[in-house]
Write a protein that binds this ligand. Sequence first.
Ligand code: FEO
Length: 408
Amino acid sequence: MEKIKVADGIHMLSMNVEDILFEGIWDIANGVTLNSYIVKGDKTAIIDGVIGWDGIPDTLYKSLEEINVNPKDIDYVIVNHMEPDHSGWIENFKKINDNFTIICTDKAAKLVKSFFRNDEKIRVVKEGDNLDLGAGKVLSFHPVPNVHWPDTMMTYESDTKTLFSCDMYGSFGKINKSYFDDQMNEEDVEFFEEEGIRYFSNVMATFTPQVKKAIKKTEEFDINIIAPGHGPLYRENTKKIVDDYSRFSEYTKGAGKNEVTILWGSMYGMTKKAVDFAEKVLEEKGVKVNKLEMPLKSESEMMSTVFKSAGIIVAAPTYEYKMFPPVAAALEELGRKKITGKTAFSFGSYGWSGGAQKELNDIIERNRMKWDFVEAVEFEGAPIQEDLDKVKEGIMKLIEKMEDKIID
Ligand code: FEO
């Protein structure tokens, strides 16, 4: 666990976590950090915490002592969010400190009771409520419901102008040494932008309207530092992560980078022949291509790659009168995350009967995804030249159609 001084009286304790499924689902290839913050005035508060991964919370207590904070002397636990990646340690903390007050929203208070099954000392806060820690440190609380759960809030410290934004402005990705934006090289910046896209698409996309409200709320603060619950801190250019989140919010509604993602699967290589052909056509046209072969790609990668692309090709054969199941499952997941408005094209092979296209239409309709498709191509068995010509035609139309959806 790293101990980083954020500002006078404020420390971050950050732990890299890997080899886990985030939320029990997401196979995050590059890990994630769990960030806790200590704010010291005359009283001491800890904002967010950690879950019992990797020897935590013992590591947390040891780290607190290394920055001269006795865990028994913590007066307030600020629960910005009750999801256990932030709050899971509290159950254990109660064993060593029986005199702290939890500060949280009314929705979080309900969750505290149901998760810990105990009578905690809780102070429920509303928009703009303050907590004076003494020595100039004053915290104020700002609910941002559904970013990511209904209980979530951000906390602002007025002396140092630090916004503890919780899941908002977070990203996946382990941190090796550059915890602040001004310590990052170009490669780090690119890495955390990609990991931000992965995080937003996996965790936040469903709640894009609420994220937009939180962006508006952020604009009301005078901010020197943005300190999220996951990922790096921003102090040189706090606007960068706010702008990134604005752009990611547009990706949810169909905008994207100038890239085409081929979401595909193939049983015996017939559809694959057309996929390989499509890849060549796109490359000849100078369009970046991402290929997601399902079910070989992780759900996390599938979600973030489709999410960030302006153009999508769905390529899947018919399987038992319906769409090849791993591709259908990926589309359902995209629907659940409310990835809407993508510009798309579909093709695939069938044996004795079609059906993939019908199921594709059903999924798009049922999930109200409003994807804008150019005319589909279905071919019997292996594609012949005439089929490939139609695939090429579809790709040309896709490239033209996606042009006004491109934002970088
Ligand atoms: Fe970082 Fe919604 O938990």
